[in-house]
Structures are given as structure tokens and as C-alpha cells.
Design a protein around this ligand. Structure first.
Ligand SMILES: *Cc1c(COP(=O)(O)O)cnc(C)c1O
Length: 356
């Protein structure tokens, strides 16, 4: 390819998702997927979908789906925005709400997609360091800014902040949109701030079906906010792609919402496995941050966790390691099934035995 042609291509640095290895004996604990299948109601509905209507564009209003979502959070239809996964919801939010010359703020250690979007959309940004104990520095978000985005629970730390702390940030920033990314909120006892959208017209709450709802494959995410913010978001979406929720996703997302028992059951199972996994890691000398998510963030002071990560991978167990110097000796491990946790702990213990 010649240089003049090359000059016209994008030089973007993309987000790097966790690996999606294929194979029979792989234990995959690297991308925070749900280890359980979707609800039987979803599987039944999938079989019954009439493919003949797929020649038509999807319904871009999705009224029934929004009403059902609204029941969960006490929200009206015009306070809900739907899209193709919450990554897309968040990207559209960045474009819609972050248009200031003043930097947008997010935690220094958090979801690495945020800095990708600020680069992508040319949005100035500043990272707020976490506190020594890995909690979010609430006061660090009380200053002049062009917008705020915070994952709660945070990733990859798994730590959740209480509602009062988030309210402090929202109340002290009436001139900025504050996005709370609640991808993992269903695994947290601290709860969602979705109900606060009626009180604060600068608050956006994003959620996803990829983690607690076991539907990463259908790509469904949504946001709750004041209807004026939702209108702007709809405008941005319609300048990009009007049909972000496809026909199949719409049906399956609705059925998933209807099966609350299965949802509660699987979330409880994951929380139980989480407690067991943390106990097992304790026994092996690891220190694990207090987890409110479906993953844990753990370290062992006298060990080389990156080498352990490589060892696990060579043994078909995939967890996540980040090259950021501040968290270089930590591993992020998805909470899967009890069996997966047992296999992981056994392999870690084997690694240290071999080293001894
Ligand atoms: C997984 C995740 C998302 C995005 O999920 P989608 O699969 O795009 O719905 C958003 N934010 C955080 C912090 C996540 O971990």
C-alpha cells in the first residue's frame, strides 16, 4: 500500500477485549461472562422466532421491552435508552454528553474502554487516582470538569461505592452529566442508583445483559436517564444507526426479564461461588479486594502473578492480567461455576508446589 493511501487510514488505538479461546478443555475466567446458560424462557422463545419477518427492519421503539425494564426501576418509557450492548450505550453517551473543553473525569484504574472513547471522539480527559485502599476518591470528582463516568462496582477492582458517595458526586456536579456504569450492579448489595434519575437531571445509569443476565451473545445494553438526556442520546444514535436493537435481541431480552426467578437463582449461585473462591485464595496466601461483582481482583505479595497468569494459560485456564504498573501484580478472575473455581485453585496450588 502506498504512503498517501496509508495516510488516510485511522491510527486509532482500540480497546483490547479478553481472549476468546476455543477448545474443549478450556476454563474461561477472563471476560466476566456468566457461566450459566440463559433462562429456559429465552431458549424456548429463540426456537419459536418466526424468521420470515427478518426481511423487515427491527422495531426501533421497543415499547413493551422498555415498559418491562421500567417496572424494575420505576422508570417511564421515555427515560430509557436501548442499544446493542452497553459498550455502545456508553460510546453514544460520550458523544452525546461530553462536549466541553474541560476534561472529562474517570477513575485512573477502571474500565479501559473509557480512554479509548475519549481518544476516539477527541474528548479531553483526566484520570482521578484511586485511594490507597483501591476505593474511588469521591472528593477527586468534585472540581471543574466536562463530565464524569464511574463504573460502580468498579472494574477491575470489583469494589462498589455506597449510594451516598455517588450522590455526593452527582449533587456537586449539577453542570455536568454523570454516568454511572452499572455493568456489575446485580452482584452488589449496595444497589443501583437508577431510581435517582427522577431526582437528578444530570444522572445517566447504564446497565447490560452481558453479565448477570447471561446474554453477552445477544448484545443488549440500556441506560436510564431524565427524558431530556434520553432525547439527546436518541438523536446521536439516529445520526449513527437507527436500528441498534435487532429483532431477535428484542424478543430474547423481553423473555429474559420475565424470568426473574432464574435470574435471582443464578446471581445467588455466583455470589456463593465468589465467597468460596475468595476463601480458597485466602488459604493460598492471596489478598483479594472486597468483591461486589462476578469477578475478584487478587494479589499475592511474595509471588509473581504475571508468571502465574502465564502458567494458568499454558494449562488452559484463562484469567485476566493488566500491564498497568499499578496493578501489575494483580489478577482479575471471573467467578464461574464451583467446578471451575476448584480447578483453578488446584492449579494455583500446584504452581506453588512446583516452585517450592
Ligand atoms: C462488560 C462491561 C461493559 C459492557 O458490556 P456489553 O457487553 O457491551 O453490554 C460495560 N462496562 C463495564 C465496566 C463492563 O465490564
Amino acid at each position: 500500500m502506498n504512503d498517501r493511501l496509508k495516510e488516510k487510514l485511522s491510527r486509532i488505538e482500540p480497546y483490547v477485549p479478553g481472549e476468546q479461546p476455543k477448545g474443549a478443555n478450556i476454563i474461561k475466567l477472563n471476560t466476566n461472562e456468566n457461566p450459566y446458560p440463559p433462562s429456559q424462557r429465552v431458549l424456548n422463545a429463540l426456537k419459536e422466532i418466526d424468521g420470515k419477518s427478518l426481511n423487515l427492519y427491527p422495531d426501533f421503539v421497543c415499547s413493551e421491552l422498555k415498559q418491562e425494564l421500567g417496572k424494575l426501576s420505576g422508570t417511564n418509557e421515555d427515560e430509557i435508552f436501548l442499544s446493542n450492548g452497553s459498550d455502545e450505550v456508553l460510546a453514544l453517551c460520550f458523544k452525546a454528553f461530553f462536549n466541553s473543553e474541560t476534561p472529562v473525569l474517570f477513575p485512573e484504574i477502571s474500565y479501559s474502554f473509557y480512554s479509548v472513547w475519549t481518544e476516539f471522539f477527541n474528548i479531553p480527559h483526566k484520570c482521578v487516582p484511586l485511594k490507597e485502599d483501591f476505593h474511588i476518591d469521591i472528593d477527586g470528582f468534585i472540581c471543574e470538569n466536562g463530565g464524569i463516568v464511574i463504573p460502580n462496582p468498579n472494574a477491575p477492582t470489583a469494589i462498589a461505592e455506597g449510594k451516598d458517595s455517588l450522590i455526593k458526586i452527582i449533587e456537586n456536579n449539577p453542570d455536568s452529566v454523570v454516568i454511572i456504569d452499572e455493568a456489575y450492579v446485580d452482584f452488589s448489595d449496595k444497589g443501583s442508583v437508577a431510581d435517582l434519575i427522577h431526582k437528578y437531571d444530570n444522572l445517566v445509569v447504564a446497565q447490560t445483559y452481558s453479565k448477570s443476565r447471561a446474554l453477552a451473545g445477544i448484545r443488549f445494553g440500556f441506560a436510564y436517564a431524565n427524558s431530556e438526556l434520553i432525547n439527546v442520546l436518541e438523536g446521536v444514535k439516529n445520526s449513527f444507526n437507527s436500528y441498534t436493537v435487532n429483532t431477535v435481541t428484542k424478543v430474547l431480552a423481553y423473555e429474559c426479564l420475565k424470568d426473574r426467578d432464574y435470574f435471582n437463582e443464578t446471581v445467588e449461585k455466583i455470589k456463593k461461588t465468589r465467597a468460596e473462591l475468595i476463601k480458597g485464595l485466602d488459604k493460598l496466601g492471596f489478598e483479594t479486594l472486597d468483591s461486589s461483582a462476578n469477578f475478584v481482583f487478587t494479589t499475592k505479595k511474595d509471588a509473581d502473578c504475571e508468571a502465574l497468569f502465564e502458567y494458568l494459560k499454558a494449562n488452559n485456564i484463562y484469567v485476566r492480567h493488566f500491564n498497568n504498573p499499578k496493578i501489575k501484580n494483580y489478577l482479575r478472575i471471573t467467578v464461574g461455576t464451583d467446578e471451575a473455581a476448584e480447578a483453578l485453585l488446584k492449579k494455583i496450588s500446584e504452581y506453588f508446589e512446583k516452585k517450592a
